[in-house]
Write a protein that binds this ligand. Structure first.
Ligand code: GFB
Length: 394
């Protein structure tokens, strides 16, 4: 195993030398055509924004960790546009939502549209690895990290709607285990310059919850315009101008598909206000201002708002103007909701929602006590497991 690992790393560095020219971590000195290589990936189309953020971290860490192992290697991670998300309508670059310069402090990244526009000819991906799960993940009752090249798969993506991207060779791979194992596939063809993995959600984190994970997570700062809009709202409606507010309680109330497909994990519409009231009384009895982030329908929103008002609360939602919606899109509005939730004195989320997880991480980065962060709405009756606490490691 050690020999195999050595061979792979040697091949990778040999390939890097062939191409001469390296990216530094900030990717400022990595000009197109200078020999850099591009690592591309996509995610199963039905997956939402916040799981995709997690998949980004897996790839970013995969690259950063390899860079740390010794010499610099000249790979850049290509940021896949937010294309045709199930919950959103349009495909957008990362800079709409994130501070891409901050991402670059962790690993060299580049927007896909830059790669495409920097390429003189239509972009031809050297190898597209279509990842798929094994039929039986627990052969002999054990989950082993492994991959097998097969001859049966279908690429179900659309290259993010770009019709000038093509592929030289498609390789079908059954894959399970840690993402760092993808280097073994890349090493099979060390001369490849553009390598893409489809179904990037299949490989697992190498270091979930570790310092490495949090270093990467901290670099995922939001677009400054979105943060500014959220902070203006907090100042104007929630009466707070500091990072750790003491003036309001926030709730992420996930509805839509969760309301019907996860009824056992979430409260009923009628039960929600009563539960928020109890949580507020038990934890922040002096607070009478509530901020609600939600994907609920207009009718559900009005019902909850009225119920909470009857219980004596001032209720706030971020309702974008037409211009703001046009400018920020659904994704930007979701981020503004997350930022507002993350600064509250106390936060209550929805069980198993990645939208909630990302708010909890943001609060860990801001330094809130974890008792004010890892809280959830419960079903009206029955069991209600406490949320796992993924606390920050500095
Ligand atoms: O982000 P996400 O993966 O979280 O998907 P889950 C939910 C999407 O719904 C978000 C919208 O990206 C938003 O567009 N959304 C949800 C919200 N809550 C809010 C909110 O409070 N405010 C705003 N503005 N928008 C996953 C789904 O959802 O759950 C998968 O993405 C699947 O498709 C899975 O359904 C079960 O992890 O909550």
């Amino acid at each position: 195993l050690v020999i195999l690992h050595f061979l792979i790393i040697t091949q990778l560095f040999a390939a890097a030398k062939d191409d001469n020219g390296f990216c530094d971590a900030s990717a400022k000195h990595c000009k197109p055509g200078s020999g850099e290589k591009f690592l591309m990936y996509d995610v199963n189309p039905p997956e939402g924004f916040n799981l995709r953020r997690d998949v980004y971290m897996r790839f970013a860490i995969m690259l950063a960790e390899t860079q740390k192992m010794g010499k610099k290697i000249n790979w850049r991670l290509v940021l896949p546009p937010w294309h045709r998300l199930y919950h959103w309508k349009s495909g957008l670059p990362w800079n709409k939502f994130f501070d891409v310069n901050s991402l670059k402090t962790y690993v060299p990244v580049i927007e896909l549209q830059e790669v495409v526009s920097n390429s003189i000819t239509p972009l031809k991906i050297d190898r597209l690895y279509v990842l798929q799960n094994y039929e039986n993940a627990f052969e002999d009752g054990v989950f082993h990290d492994k991959w097998t090249i097969t001859d049966d798969c279908k690429y179900d993506g659309l290259f993010w709607g770009y019709n000038n991207i093509t592929v030289k060779e498609t390789v079908c791979v059954n894959f399970q285990g840690k993402i760092s194992k993808l280097w073994e596939l890349i090493a099979l063809h060390p001369k490849d310059k553009y390598v893409m993995f489809s179904h990037g959600e299949i490989p697992l984190h190498t270091s979930y919850g570790t310092k490495t994970y949090w270093d990467c997570r901290k670099s995922m700062k939001f677009n400054t315009g979105l943060v500014k809009t959220a902070k203006n709202f907090i100042l104007q409606f929630l009466n707070c101008k500091i990072e750790k507010c003491t003036t309001y309680l926030s709730v992420h109330w996930r509805r839509r598909d969760f309301a019907y497909s996860r009824g056992k994990d979430v409260p009923s519409l009628q039960g929600t206000a009563k539960q928020i009231d109890q949580i507020a009384k038990d934890n922040v009895p002096d607070i009478k201002t509530i901020f609600i982030a939600t994907d609920a329908s207009e009718t559900e929103v009005r019902t909850l708002e009225n119920d909470l008002k009857e219980l004596g609360y001032k209720v706030n939602f971020f309702i974008p103007s037409k211009k703001e919606l046009e400018m920020y899109k659904d994704g930007g509005i979701a981020i503004i909701d997350q930022v507002i939730c993350s600064h509250a004195a106390f936060f209550v989320g929805t069980h198993d929602s990645t939208f909630t997880f990302r708010i909890q991480e943001e609060r860990e980065i801001l330094g809130f006590p974890s008792s004010t962060t890892f809280n959830r709405l419960c079903p009206d009756t029955g069991k209600c497991e406490k949320p796992s606490k993924w606390t920050i490691v500095n």
